[in-house]
Design a protein around this ligand. Structure first.
Ligand SMILES: NC(=O)c1ccc[n+]([C@@H]2O[C@H](COP(=O)([O-])OP(=O)(O)OC[C@H]3O[C@@H](n4cnc5c(N)ncnc54)[C@H](OP(=O)(O)O)[C@@H]3O)[C@@H](O)[C@H]2O)c1
Length: 267
């Protein structure tokens, strides 16, 4: 019975990961959320092979308790860890790094993004490593973004959302460090970008004019590099594609930063 931990499973891509993985009865899925009580969509899935576990990924103690909870059910093993949770800061993503109202706000945005998107993922990975080592698959996929790719950033001219992009670029480096350390132990570490996907993080359900303008700017930049790009894909398509990339990933490519297409084509 392959076992999966998915962080940030309350909504968006995390929820869709759990939905697709949980639909195979042979899988056992641990859906990590910050607050069990408010994870309505996840609770509504109501599957016997999906276990909802509470943990904020910046809270080491909560993560350790979560790992114990998983361990009790799996007998001390885990096959695949999907580091999906992230802070996608909604308030300042249309600013350049020198356009923040003040230094404190800029620092907070940088610290918070780094705290969740890099440090939180590193803590989660470290805490689940003993279970992964005992598992037979040994895969860790961490959700990154094409806008953390340096060449793409320059080519698209996308200068906004600095703290988020910087934190994800740091995550990519962390993933390569794990890959190197565990190269000879059968582990596969991957940074994976989901494409541009219609979720709350990208554009809310009832977007303001400002939000729409912001996304238009981003899309205009992407269209320079991807002239055939027609708009965001669905969570269903993104997760289906990423699960196939994760499934096919091998030790030989451990440490890579890939898109949902399994290459460097981010859209
Ligand atoms: N959507 C896209 O187009 C896109 C593009 C590139 C990359 N990504 C990446 O794909 C992943 C999922 O994105 P999404 O669009 O589904 O984002 P989302 O809708 O904003 O969901 C983020 C998830 O992360 C959880 N989370 C945030 N901070 C957390 C913390 N400290 N501890 C535990 N969980 C936390 C949230 O939980 P709460 O419900 O408690 O807030 C939520 O479940 C992220 O890593 C994102 O960076 C998305």
């Amino acid at each position: 019975m392959p076992s999966y931990v998915v962080t940030g499973a309350s909504r968006g891509l995390g929820l869709e990961f759990v939905q697709q993985l949980g639909s195979s009865p042979e899988n056992i899925v641990f859906a990590l959320v910050r607050n069990k009580k408010t994870a309505d969509k996840l609770i509504a899935l109501s599957r016997s092979n999906v276990h909802i576990v509470q943990a904020d990924i910046t809270d080491v103690n909560a993560l350790k308790l979560a790992a114990q909870e998983v361990s009790k059910i799996t007998g001390g093993k885990l096959d695949v860890l999907i580091n999906n949770a992230a802070l996608v800061e909604p308030n300042h993503r249309n600013l350049n790094l020198d356009e923040y109202p003040d230094e404190k706000t800029l620092e907070k945005d940088l610290f918070d993004s780094f705290h969740v998107n890099a440090i939180g993922v590193i803590h989660t990975t470290n805490i689940f490593l003993p279970l992964l080592r005992a598992g037979s698959v040994k895969k860790v996929a961490s959700l990154s973004t094409g806008i953390a790719d340096l060449d793409t950033t320059i080519a698209t001219g996308y200068s906004l959302a600095g703290p988020y992009c910087i934190s994800k670029a740091a995550l990519n480096m962390a993933v390569s460090k794990y890959a190197l350390k565990y190269k000879n132990d059968g582990f596969v570490f991957l940074s994976i970008s989901p494409g541009l996907v219609a979720t709350d993080a990208m554009v809310s359900e009832h977007p303001s004019d400002e939000e729409i303008a912001e996304v238009k700017d981003m899309i205009a930049g992407f269209t320079k590099v991807y002239p055939d790009f027609t708009g965001p894909i669905t969570a269903e398509e993104s997760i289906r594609s990423m699960l196939s990339v994760i499934d096919e990933a091998t030790v030989e490519t451990s440490g890579a930063f890939l898109s949902h297409k399994g290459n460097k084509e981010w859209l």
